[in-house]
Design a protein around this ligand. Structure first.
Ligand SMILES: Nc1ncnc2c1ncn2[C@@H]1O[C@H](COP(=O)(O)OP(=O)(O)O)[C@@H](O)[C@H]1O
Ligand SMILES: [Mg+2]
Length: 284
């Protein structure tokens, strides 16, 4: 859909923009100095994402999901370990990653089209800008709303504009922090399908933080279950409690029995008792 462009990068070989990046996290650690002593939030995170893969991150509140995403986006730096995209370390102004949050964070005084335009790389020619913004608005189904302002549209539409803005620079890695968490259930399901359409149309690797286990299993190739190190007595425990490879190809059947079992497994990992095992035992 979009051709690969070569962008100059100081001190490194040219980086291909417009292709999905492989992500490598090597033994990542992030601790924060606190008045009562150092607080380890992430430890021993060793994960590789293949280019184009969708990986979901789930885990209890405060376990470091957003911190992990910020690290990959170069918005924060690890206190230990290394993060690289296609072998090159991430920088704080890395053009290869883009991030979107639970709140759309649009500028209220700008139209949706103008907000999307803000995501374009600096130096984009005017003609190309218009073309790309139109393409992005079409991709997220907002052709008709280009000239509306954020307050005039629904939460789902605002979130679609936010996604389009994140995609504007052809990110090799798309970082999503509970992107559909504030939307009603039905809109959320539609947005999940939209994300799959986007992923098919625009080559990008996706790291998706979600508190919705079903969403993780519907969208991801793999799910990382993080544990909260604060609640962990074992001081050598690493953050990734489990890595689950989701079977089947997308789009998945939301009613799949195998996924229901995985869902129960994941919820149990999150400390929720689903009574799933008991009921399946009983019906055998
Ligand atoms: N800059 C910071 N200084 C101190 N503590 C922080 C900082 N950023 C995050 N934390 C702490 O790290 C933990 C994980 O935060 P976060 O990654 O936002 O969790 P999650 O997204 O999984 O809910 C929290 O306890 C939070 O208070
Ligand atoms: Mg968070």
């Amino acid at each position: 859909m979009t051709s690969a462009l070569l962008a100059p990068r100081t001190g490194n070989a040219p980086v291909v923009v417009g292709a999905a990046n492989a992500v490598r996290l090597e033994n990542i650690e992030r601790g924060f100095p606190m008045p009562e002593g150092r607080r380890e939030v992430l430890r021993g995170v060793d994960v590789e994402l293949a280019a184009g893969e969708i990986v979901a991150v789930v885990g209890p509140s405060g376990c470091g999901k957003s911190t992990l995403l910020r690290l990959v986006g170069g918005l924060d730096a690890p206190t230990g370990g290394r993060i690289s995209l296609d072998g090159t370390g991430v920088t704080d102004t890395d053009e290869r990653t883009a991030i979107a949050f639970q709140e759309p964070r649009l500028l209220p005084w700008r139209t949706l089209a103008q907000n999307v335009e803000l995501g374009l790389p600096r130096g984009t020619r005017r003609r190309d800008k218009r073309e790309r913004v139109r393409e992005l608005l079409h991709l997220v189904g907002l052709d008709h709303a280009a000239d509306q302002h954020p307050r005039e549209v629904s939460g789902g539409m605002a979130q679609r504009a936010s996604l389009a803005r994140a995609l504007a620079r052809n990110p090799g890695v798309l970082l999503l922090d509970e992107p559909f968490g504030a939307l009603d259930a039905l809109t959320r399901l539609r947005m999940q399908d939209l994300l799959l359409e986007i992923h098919a149309a625009e080559p990008t690797t996706v790291l998706l933080v979600t508190h919705d286990v079903e969403e993780a299993l519907y969208l991801a190739d793999r799910v990382l279950l993080l544990r909260s190190l604060v609640d962990e007595a074992d001081t050598d425990a690493t953050s990734v409690a489990r890595t689950i490879t989701v079977p089947g190809i997308r789009p998945r059947d939301r009613a799949d029995r195998g996924l229901a079992d995985l869902r129960a497994d994941l919820l149990e990992g999150l400390g929720v008792n689903t009574h799933h095992r008991i009921s399946t035992e009983e019906t055998r």
